[in-house]
Design a protein around this ligand. Structure first.
Ligand code: ATP
Ligand code: MG
Length: 433
């Protein structure tokens, strides 16, 4: 079957090969889920010799489907039209039904968590497609996340949601179901269903709205109560992960931080002035013993949801491009704390991008208050104040800010001053003019 994916794949938000040259797309597996529905694993081959494996659910139709958006249309094969099935509510519902039935279709096994009744009658709707994966919400009850880039191993999003949910932690969405296949006889996770937090708002939207209100009206936009509770939630998740999966003694990974620094300096000329000081800070914590455990790994305000009753931590998948084993590696909880602290700086300064500097003092003040409240909340549950980690926490923050400079230089140059300003503060140097 010669499928027309080579043009369709690169148009998808979750396609990660934009900086490479795609040569061919081949089907590694075709699993029939229903007569008109296939689950495909596609290998994208690049001219540098590398490949990436993607999951696409294909809905076949004898006629053009005018009710589906253009982006859903993959192309025509032997008179039948192929669509991305996740845009079709009934096809999405069928995936939930297969989970409920614990079905096996081709090489794909669907399962439901013990005691769970899936909301197969609830109306499905596709959420925004601007994500690394594709998610479909069923009523107000469940959210199905279909992984787009697939890898063998244990998926940390499924793994940690299951463990934290079973441990009774109330700051994660409960895992309801999952599906997987095998690749060279090794399990290869394909998707998961979790409880949907109805009425939840994203931390990033809440925080940037609060900061913006602060700049408009000096007495408003307080986000410290919310940040205190968020600190408690993150701390509770860390404490539960330590209790369930254990801790060990480790060190700050100086060599990889230095390598990231070198590579960022090569891409961001403005960073070079700070390089020696940053490198010294990394080296100063080199031999220090720190506690490591399973953590979130990519925590920021976009990965937390505020429900009417609590904060939820979501998306434990880590970096989708990295091998699963790497994504499951233990690290210091300070990695997550630093991610949140960096995110407060972003939430404070992002609303000011492209504007003058007149609100900079207010932004520093707002983010300083939120960061302090977050650490207070964290200490309240963990009995350990992350600020006591001093230089180690600064090293994690710097490592993240260095990564951010490379990202911004590449994708959003007008945001580049945000991490550069933080780096100036963290290294005790004058901010760039
Ligand atoms: P990213 O591109 O950020 O990595 P992703 O594809 O891995 O995203 P998630 O971050 O897990 O997907 O979820 C995408 C969005 O769906 C979230 O930002 C959130 O708005 C919503 N969402 C996810 N899980 C839930 C949930 N349990 N309840 C309510 N909304 C949720
Ligand atoms: Mg993600």
């Amino acid at each position: 079957m010669n499928l027309p994916f080579a043009e369709w794949l690169p148009r998808q938000r979750w396609y990660a090969g934009r900086t490479r040259r795609l040569t061919t797309v081949t089907a590694a597996a075709i699993n029939s889920l229903r007569t008109d529905l296939d689950l495909l694993l596609l290998d994208a081959h690049y001219d540098d010799g590398g490949t990436e494996r993607y999951q696409v659910l294909v809905l076949w139709s004898d006629t053009e489907r005018t009710d589906l958006p253009d982006l859903a249309g993959i192309g025509t094969v032997r008179g039948r039209v192929a669509y991305d099935a996740l845009y079709d509510p009934e096809a999405a519902r069928h995936l939930l039904e297969l989970c409920a039935a614990q079905a096996t279709r081709g090489e794909v096994g669907f399962s439901v968590e013990p005691g769970v009744e899936l909301p197969v009658e609830a109306p499905p709707r596709l959420t925004g497609v601007e994500q690394s994966n594709t998610s479909v919400v069923f009523g107000d009850e469940a959210i199905l996340k279909v992984f787009r880039r697939v890898n063998t191993g244990i998926n940390p999003d499924i793994e940690l949601n299951r463990i934290l949910g079973n441990a009774g932690n109330r700051h994660v969405a409960r895992l309801l179901a999952a599906f997987e296949t095998t690749w060279d006889d090794v399990p290869c996770p394909l998707g998961m269903v979790t409880a949907f937090a109805a009425g939840a708002a994203e931390g990033w939207a809440l925080a940037t709205a609060a900061a913006t209100r602060r700049y408009a009206h000096a007495g408003e936009g307080d986000f410290t109560d919310a940040s205190f509770r968020l600190g408690q939630a993150v701390s509770s998740v860390h404490t539960a992960l330590a209790a369930e999966l254990g801790t060990a003694s480790g060190v700050f990974a100086v060599d990889s931080a230095l390598a990231r620094l070198d590579s960022a300096c090569a891409q961001v000329p403005e960073l070079s002035a700070y390089q020696p000081t940053i490198a010294d800070i990394f080296k100063s914590v080199a031999g220090q013993s720190i506690v490591v455990q399973r953590v979130h790994g990519d925590l920021h305000l976009g990965q937390v949801l505020r429900t009417p009753s609590s904060w939820l931590v979501i998306d434990f998948e880590g970096e989708p491009g990295a091998p699963l084993e790497e994504r499951r590696r233990s690290d210091s909880p300070l990695r997550d704390v630093a991610g949140m602290l960096r995110s407060y700086e972003y939430a404070a300064f992002q609303p000011l991008v492209g504007r003058g500097e007149q609100d900079f003092a207010a932004a520093l003040d707002w983010s300083g208050q939120c960061r302090a409240a977050f650490c207070d909340g964290y200490a309240d549950v963990a009995g350990f104040d992350p600020r006591q980690a001093g230089p180690v926490l600064a090293a994690y923050e710097l490592d993240k800010a260095v990564y951010e400079t490379a990202y911004e230089a590449r994708y959003r140059t007008d945001w580049l001053p945000i991490p550069l300003r933080s780096i100036a503060t963290l290294t005790g140097t004058a901010p760039p003019s």
